[in-house]
Design a protein around this ligand. Structure first.
Ligand SMILES: O=c1[nH]cnc2c1ncn2[C@H]1C[C@H](O)[C@@H](COP(=O)(O)OP(=O)(O)O)O1
Length: 211
């Protein structure tokens, strides 16, 4: 098993750890960008209160509720509509890497749920209207652009943004595992993302000089 990865049961047996559950919601689509670029799939992420990109979800206390009941409760707060998640949607549990010298005590549980495109649209509408967390813990839901433009835009530029924890690798692993994109398509986007990242560092240095 890959480093840090735990079976769901092993993760639940870890005492003194915090547990966070997050889910990638996605659907197929026939929509075309500019009427000619097939989008193929809709994948939802969110801009969090701290400005980072992540998946909807949150902390769950397994001594009080199941991981899936806790995740479903968090989703209602963040999305404004009931999206029941079950154990069959579980993909992996992982010990989060330590951020300081102290060992990590956070275990992240990741889920993936396929929906109909119409249900995804309902989630998008509710998340900006009825969700209690809108504008507070969640600044807004976003669709991951799964296409690449000639100049490396789309997924490449999206991946150059900053993500919470291991959310970027959760996204990339899911796109590969579910065959939403091929390995060469992802490699191409990641190369473009690295270039964009270097350019952003230069832009930020120039912006800092203005202050
Ligand atoms: O999308 C994510 N993928 C992996 N880990 C994540 C993701 N979002 C958050 N996290 C980690 C890092 C956070 O500190 C904890 C708690 O998550 P959060 O959503 O912030 O939980 P609360 O809203 O505070 O309940 O999980």
């Amino acid at each position: 098993m890959a480093s840090g990865q735990l079976l769901r049961a092993e993760a639940l047996a870890c005492t003194g750890h915090r547990h966070a559950c997050h889910v990638m919601l996605y659907s197929d689509t026939k929509s075309q960008l500019f009427g000619r670029i097939p989008i193929r799939h809709v994948v939802l992420m969110q801009v969090r209160f701290d400005g980072l990109l992540g998946f909807p979800g949150g902390l769950v206390d397994p001594s009080k509720e199941t991981l899936e009941a806790g995740l479903t409760r968090e989703l209602l707060e963040e999305l404004g509509v009931a999206v029941p998640v079950s154990e069959e949607d579980h993909v992996e549990s992982r010990l989060a890497p330590a951020v300081s010298a102290a060992p990590s005590n956070l275990i992240t549980h990741f889920y993936v749920k396929k929906m109909e495109e119409e249900q995804i649209r309902e989630v998008e509408k509710a998340s900006a209207s009825t969700a209690v967390d809108h504008g507070l813990e969640v600044m807004g839901m976003v669709r991951v652009p799964l296409f690449s433009t000639k100049r490396g835009g789309g997924l490449g530029f999206f991946l150059s943004h900053s993500f919470i924890g291991n959310a970027r690798s959760q996204l990339i692993n899911s796109l590969l595992r579910l065959h939403l994109l091929s390995a060469p398509e992802l490699q191409c986007a990641l190369r473009s993302s690295l270039k964009m990242h270097a350019q952003s560092a230069e832009d930020l240095k120039a912006a800092l000089a203005l202050c």
